[in-house]
Design a protein around this ligand. Structure first.
Ligand code: FAD
Length: 589
């Protein structure tokens, strides 16, 4: 069991990996190869210290000292330079040296997706803004590696994955324009052919990490049709080879509510030189820019970014829990620690239960190749789980930050405590990379277009099988199996519903799918833990989740005698072992 949270003064300065046994147990589950697990231990554990002890303190300074745009130099020449506080540049330098993007290069071996996810989750606990900047850099590497012309590919990849802060480049992505972000098909930025290259003209309205070096940009080649099919994806350096700006001007930085460190700008492209993201041979073939597949390349980056934003939600959720657990253990009212009061206990336990639930689906996205039956099933699982995880984890993070803030009472609302920033930052992530509505509609598209729910249904069934037949899990498993059956019947019924009615139900359906998937995966973890060493902690977590989210409870449980959050509070929030005999066996109605 972890130490009493009252032993700590605050979260900053602690080793955040050592305090999170659930993270290491997910690494155990998704990395069965001992070499991979050893690699993960080394490179995830180093982030527990780096992030919790060093980067987190600087992130607070950055939040109070955001970037500014210096338009002119002292001679009056227009420069359009973004100036950062050293706290931001020092954090990014440490992350570059640690191989946040270039870990493969640093270690000389492939990096399991689960390891990248774990490091990103830890980083998000201190600064989702920094993860935004470097996460998009990782996304740009993928696009450049696959689709840039040979003439620049190796140089760009080498700079983007560099371990030397003095030469490392960063990436960004420009989709959104003034007239809309959800409906990117309305984009008006033009691409004009210029030999084997293209010149881009237009305005982009939300450009995060705007002072990065390489951007992945959506634009419409001249002569291409309206709508998303007419869009193409381009690779655009911010500077020309001689160092001068590449037809690119930052109009202003946006005055944001949160994620202050990363500059988000409005940009005008006035003939920015660009390459089509279509591979080497497509460069000389203008028809390739109008092949209707350009949007798919951008969606590859958007999808990996959406996964990253789900991890941002989890990071904020975890930080909110940790801060609240420490505060509640140290704060007294009526001469008693406030974490002795049942309602505070309930809030802290449910913060943790929902966090562990969110981690199941998100790490399943990262580890799908291992847990799916075949690569095609893994692809379909990711197709539906990524929008579900992004939608779920970012929304719940807001709830978590708000509830954690309230545990701080009035102090929580103040800038000199660390929780208000988490709430401000959390509000960004439900919007970034697609709002909740757009993600719910994307889940519907994954069901209708790709039949991805079949892969998800198969995965849920496997989880319920693997949960085993332990009597402590039986009732919860029956509840989840029943909801699984009813939900898939509803999917069939909605396929024949009127279009506007089916769209109206999209969010409710996505929420139900997320609850069912999380519950099933938690039960699988619970069954594995009981079978391994008879520890029932995860069983309590899974049962609590199912009771709150899926079970039918008369009077919402007002008269039931479940004392879980009171009696098992310590081992739940300090990750202690729970004896199955201490878990009250549910009475079947
Ligand atoms: C801090 C920040 C940084 C950002 N950085 C970037 C960046 O680096 N690059 C980039 O390209 N973009 C960026 N964005 C833009 C972001 O992706 C968009 O804001 C987002 O996609 C929503 O687009 P919008 O703002 O135009 O809202 P709109 O599309 O106008 O949506 C407004 C509302 O209408 C709803 N809505 C729209 N269409 C439908 C529909 N069919 N059904 C149901 N509801 C609908 C939406 O859910 C939303 O609630 C950033 C945004 C923020 C806040």
């Amino acid at each position: 069991m972890l130490a009493d949270y009252a032993d700590y003064d605050q979260a900053i300065g602690l080793d955040w990996y050592a305090l999170d046994p659930n993270l290491s147990s997910l690494l155990d589950r998704y990395l069965p190869d001992p070499e991979d697990r050893k690699f993960a231990e080394e490179h995830v554990a180093e982030y527990g210290e780096l992030v919790g002890k060093t980067l987190a303190a600087r992130a607070e300074v950055t939040d109070a000292n955001g970037p500014v745009l210096e338009r002119y130099d002292r001679w009056g020449y227009e420069v359009g330079t973004v100036v950062h506080h050293p706290s931001w540049t020092q954090n990014k330098a440490d992350l570059v040296r640690s191989g946040f993007v270039g870990l493969e290069r640093r270690t000389g071996r492939p990096v399991p997706a689960v390891v990248t996810a774990a490091r990103s989750y830890l980083l998000s606990q201190c600064e989702t803004a920094a993860y935004c900047a470097l996460g998009m850099t990782g996304g740009a590497v993928d696009i450049v590696e696959r689709y840039a012309p040979f003439s620049v590919r190796d140089l760009f990849v080498s700079r983007l994955t560099s371990l030397d802060p003095a030469e490392a480049w960063e990436g960004g992505m420009f989709l959104t324009e003034r007239q809309g972000g959800s409906d990117v098909g309305a984009n008006t930025t033009r691409a004009v052919a210029d030999g084997d290259e293209w010149l881009l003209f237009g305005d982009k309205h939300f450009c995060s990490n705007v002072d990065a070096d390489v951007f992945i940009v959506l634009a419409r080649p001249e002569g291409a049709p309206e709508g998303t099919r007419g869009l193409a994806t381009f690779i655009v350096p911010s500077r020309q080879e001689d160092g001068s700006p590449n037809g690119f001007a930052i109009k202003r930085l946006k005055p944001k509510l949160g994620t202050v460190g990363v500059p988000t700008g409005e940009v005008t492209l006035t003939g920015a030189r660009a390459w089509l993201a279509g591979g080497d041979r497509a460069q000389a073939d203008q028809r390739a820019a109008r092949d209707g597949r350009g949007i798919n390349r951008m969606m590859e980056m958007v999808n990996s970014s959406r996964f990253g934003v789900a991890l941002m939600g989890l990071g904020i959720h975890r930080r909110s829990f940790l801060e609240a657990a420490i505060y509640a253990a140290r704060r007294t009212q009526w001469d008693q620690r406030i974490d002795r009061y049942p309602l505070v206990r309930e809030t802290l336990v449910d913060l943790l239960v929902d966090l562990e639930a969110g981690m199941t689906v998100t790490f399943e996205c990262a580890g799908a190749l291992r847990s799916a039956d075949d690569p095609d099933e893994a692809r379909l699982l990711r197709r539906v789980l990524i929008p579900l995880a992004k939608m779920r984890c970012t929304r719940v993070a807001l709830w978590a930050a708000s509830n954690a803030l309230e545990i701080f009472g009035g102090n929580g609302y103040m800038h000199d405590w660390p929780i208000a920033r988490q709430l401000r930052d959390a509000q960004c992530h439900t919007i970034w990379e697609g709002t909740e509505n757009i993600l719910a509609i994307d889940v519907r598209r994954a069901i209708r277009g790709d039949q991805a729910h079949e892969a998800l249904g198969a995965r849920i069934d496997r989880s319920l099988d693997e949960a085993g037949s332990h009597c402590l899990l039986a009732e919860a498993r029956d509840v989840v199996a029943g909801v699984r059956r009813d939900t898939w019947e509803a999917i069939s019924a909605l396929a024949h519903a009127e279009e506007d009615l089916a769209l109206l139900k999209a969010r409710g359906l996505a929420e139900l799918l997320a609850d069912t998937a999380e519950a099933a995966l938690l039960l699988e973890e619970a069954g594995a833990s009981l079978a391994r060493d008879g520890d029932a902690r995860k069983t309590v977590v899974a049962r609590r989740f199912v009771t709150r989210k899926l079970a039918q409870r008369p009077l919402r449980g007002l008269l039931d005698e479940d004392r879980t959050v009171i009696d098992l509070f310590e081992p739940l929030i300090r990750y202690g072992r729970i004896d199955p005999a201490d878990v009250v066996r549910p009475t079947r109605a």
